[in-house]
Design a protein around this ligand. Structure first.
Ligand SMILES: [Fe+2]
Ligand SMILES: [Fe+2]
Length: 137
């Protein structure tokens, strides 16, 4: 059992976004497992993949919000930016050999993702679905 409940409770009902969220949750779980292993390579790889995935995912959401004229764009991007800064700082500490940084990053991300996805991303997705519906009509 991972850090996230898999009951579909995090669905925002946009398939590509949901797939990216699932991939992110999976990588956080994998990183949590890698932190417990002695293999340094596995840890570095998991951190790298997670950072890359987060950057791509945030950029994807920000593009969709910008293209659709979402009025809470700045607020939502501000949350992404705060997470970007935090995660970069954790990654640096991990690189420098700080033993607590990995666990702290997992705890931070698990809680940040759960609240961000279930509130901010859901608000965004509801808007995007309406936007698409209006455009298709
Ligand atoms: Fe988001
Ligand atoms: Fe998201």
């Amino acid at each position: 059992m991972g850090l996230f409940h898999r009951s579909g409770g995090y669905s925002v009902f946009i398939p590509e976004i949901d797939a990216e969220h699932r991939a992110t949750f999976k990588l956080v779980d994998e990183l949590a497992a890698a932190l417990n292993s002695r293999a340094r390579g596995a840890r570095g790889k998991a951190i790298e993949s997670l950072l890359a995935l987060l950057q791509d995912h945030f950029a994807h959401e920000e593009r969709l919000m910008r293209e659709s004229g979402y009025d809470a764009f700045e607020w939502h991007k501000g949350q992404h930016d705060a997470a970007r800064r935090k995660v970069k700082r954790f990654a640096r500490r991990i690189e420098e050999g700080d033993r607590k940084a990995g666990v702290e990053m997992i705890e931070y991300l698990a809680s940040w993702l759960q609240s961000h996805v279930s509130v901010s991303d859901r608000m965004m997705a509801a808007y995007l679905r309406n936007f698409e519906r209006r455009r298709a009509a």
